[in-house]
Design a protein around this ligand. Sequence first.
Ligand SMILES: Cc1cc2nc3c(=O)[nH]c(=O)nc-3n(C[C@H](O)[C@H](O)[C@H](O)COP(=O)(O)O)c2cc1C
Length: 222
Amino acid sequence: MLTIQDAMTNRHSVRSYENKELPQNLKEQLLERINQCNSESGLHIQLVSNEPKAFDGMMAHYGKFSGVTNYIALIGKKGPDLEEKCGYYGEDLVLFLQQLGLNTCWVAMSFSRIKSAYVIEPGEKLCLVISLGYGLTTGVPHQSKPMEALSDVNSRTPDWFISGMKAAMLAPTAINQQKFKISLTDKVVSAKAGRAFYSKVDLGIVKYHFEIGAGKDNFKWK
Ligand SMILES: Cc1cc2nc3c(=O)[nH]c(=O)nc-3n(C[C@H](O)[C@H](O)[C@H](O)COP(=O)(O)O)c2cc1C
């Protein structure tokens, strides 16, 4: 199995998949990981499999999706922290899938909501989904803004923070917007989302990457 570091480096959005069922043992591993995420976060994340309709419409084709029959529905209680949590725990699943040899894409817009495919309890909402499967390609690395534009690094910045930033720069963001800023005061790191489309989901994803790169023991979040 790939290391989590390699999973971050190798992950790129993939929107076209082979017409191949997910093996049962892989599905079980994924369901177990989803359960862990849900019990830690209180989210109601669900795996949807063998469901071709969500990615069958105009929007999906316009967005260049093909062969999507499996996806993860990021669902949780409405509230101010829902989006960031979906980002954080969704990226845990994305990198886990990459480690298992699958490809993924975060999807906020280019899919149809199929109500019968998942359960949304009263007070909950579906934030967005993650498509998954065996990719026809492995995708391509995204262009990143320079580290100086995304953080306040200088000549005295410790190595662990630089490693955190390198990992954060590999994180997927909506339309590759990278509207985040990460800064350091003593051992306290603050990560802020700019005002943009789905930037709070992006922030959760970016924080997940930063923690892996920097090492959770080296700092605290503000
Ligand atoms: C919150 C979020 C929403 C996204 N929504 C869509 C979408 O609706 N359609 C799509 O094709 N890609 C979507 N993406 C994928 C991004 O375009 C992609 O992650 C970004 O261009 C960076 O490329 P990479 O993932 O290959 O590194 C989304 C990504 C994120 C993080």
